[in-house]
Design a protein around this ligand. Structure first.
Ligand code: ABN
Length: 175
């Protein structure tokens, strides 16, 4: 294998002769200077201060958006996108006999509300406005606060279509 050693020795010597330490330093210097000029002109998001304003508006006003405050523990398709409303099932479906609940804060008035999430049953999945939020949601052994279950299980038809979010109580501040 001496020929291999000789080969690599020759190559290494040639590189060492043609590339000095100074030229390596010059290349690194150029890279630094280039970066200093290029970075400031790269595009970046200048909307930062207002970026969350739209999101907050959706959380208060748009019940077809998963960001809407009442959906804080909803896992399913929003009935508001499937021909129903936020608290009534679309025509041709029936509301689940059993349900899970969540507690969500309304950013509009700062109050906490108890929300009943009922599935709408009897027709195949709506498929629009999928939403999966899990604030204060608990695993299946706490059934009433678990959302990853087909709550149509107690209805005549178990087919799941979408989910509504009705207010069933409001929290009162103690003090
Ligand atoms: N509760 C909504 C849902 C339905 C079917 C499967 C998972 C979650």
């Amino acid at each position: 294998m001496k020929w291999l050693d000789d080969f690599f020795e020759r190559k290494t010597r040639r590189v060492a002769q043609s590339a000095s330490r100074r030229s390596a330093l010059v290349k690194v210097g150029k890279l630094f200077v280039g970066t200093a000029f290029i970075l400031p002109v790269l595009p970046f998001d200048r909307m930062m201060p207002t970026a969350h304003a739209g999101e907050n508006k959706k959380a208060v006003e748009d019940d077809t958006s998963c960001d809407y405050w009442r959906y804080c523990a909803l896992d399913g398709f929003l009935c508001t996108c499937c021909g129903g409303t936020i608290s009534s099932c679309p025509p041709g479906t029936e509301i689940s006999k059993v349900t899970w609940v969540g507690t969500c804060r309304n950013p509009g008035d700062g109050k906490d509300y108890l929300i009943s999430y009922n599935d709408c049953c009897g027709v195949t999945m709506c498929g629009r406005c999928a939403c999966n939020r899990n604030e204060r949601e608990r695993p299946g052994y706490r059934l009433g606060v678990h959302n990853d279950i087909n709550w149509c299980m107690a209805n005549g038809s178990n087919a799941y279509h979408c989910t509504v979010a009705a207010i069933v109580g409001v929290g009162e501040k103690r003090g």
